[in-house]
Design a protein around this ligand. Structure first.
Ligand SMILES: [Zn+2]
Length: 154
């Protein structure tokens, strides 16, 4: 979903982050050809891009309902030691929601709904799995560390 940029701030890695009207944040990495935003390094460039529409993936992510209780937390998984089932159309048990929390690095998260939606998860963006919906998680590039929280209706 496209959202307007309202402001910018630096995160703790000294990367520029756009604040969006929906309250979500997007890291503006100058990473051609995927993301071209060399302007983000200058105050003038940032000023000129206030009000721009930016794709907000957080707005496309399902939201965990409020009435859920954390029932289980997985160990921390690292690249090379990710359970195989995560890589191929994995579903949670009946009535179980899952939240995928990335501690370090980037993780590809695919919700195999109709149509399928893909995300790149990082420390700012958690993956949310609805009960009965197939999904896949795979490491993107570099090292990754993540864990999974499981939730159920109380
Ligand atoms: Zn948003």
């Amino acid at each position: 979903m496209k959202r307007a940029i309202t402001n910018f701030h630096l995160d703790r890695y000294q990367e520029w982050v756009a604040d969006l009207e929906c309250g979500h944040e997007v890291t503006m990495r100058h990473n051609p050809p995927y993301q071209n935003c060399s302007w983000v390094g200058s105050a003038k460039g940032r000023q000129e891009h206030i009000g721009d529409l930016q794709e907000c993936v957080s707005c496309d992510m399902p939201e965990l309902p409020d009435d859920l209780k954390l029932t289980e937390t997985s160990p921390v998984y690292q690249k090379g030691a990710i359970p195989e089932q995560f890589g191929s159309g994995y579903t949670t048990e009946d009535g179980v929601w899952a939240k995928i929390v990335v501690k370090k690095g980037l993780l590809q998260f695919l919700i195999l709904s109709d149509p399928s939606i893909g995300f790149v998860l990082d420390e700012h963006l958690c993956g949310v799995v609805k009960p009965g919906v197939k999904h896949e998680i795979k490491p993107a590039m570099g090292d990754v560390e993540f864990y999974v929280e499981f939730y159920q209706v109380i």
